[in-house]
Design a protein around this ligand. Structure first.
Ligand SMILES: [Zn+2]
Length: 112
């Protein structure tokens, strides 16, 4: 893992991650070590955090864009283990979604 050192001894990755250090659900600080790196690419990082107080999960993508950093984040129901398990899986196709809908619809119709 390489960091581009900036002022005050923090890399731009660390400075961006610090902005995400507060739980968006309960507003308390995650604390050190609660944010894990799921994916570490040259120009982007995917982070996962679990709040020790309200047990909510948060995922964020940090990206180097031009001369600065950009972040996208969302609250998720994926635990750290779920996130790691599903990270490199192929996305669900439209046909799979339709098949799933039909399957559930048939099961629901039979239950009536
Ligand atoms: Zn919280």
């Amino acid at each position: 893992m390489s960091f581009n050192k900036k002022s005050k001894g923090f890399s731009e990755w660390e400075q961006s991650a610090k902005m995400l250090g507060t739980c968006t659900v309960c507003g308390r600080a995650y604390g050190s070590g609660k944010m894990k790196i799921l994916k570490n690419e040259k120009k982007s990082r995917l982070l996962h955090a679990t709040c020790a107080f309200c047990n909510s999960h948060f995922m964020a993508m940090l990206m180097k864009m031009g001369g600065g950093m950009s972040t996208i984040g969302m609250v998720t129901d994926l635990s750290l283990n779920d996130s790691r398990r599903l990270l490199d899986k192929a996305p669900i196709t439209v046909n799979e979604a339709i098949e799933g809908y039909k399957y559930i619809n048939e099961k629901f119709s039979q239950a009536k």
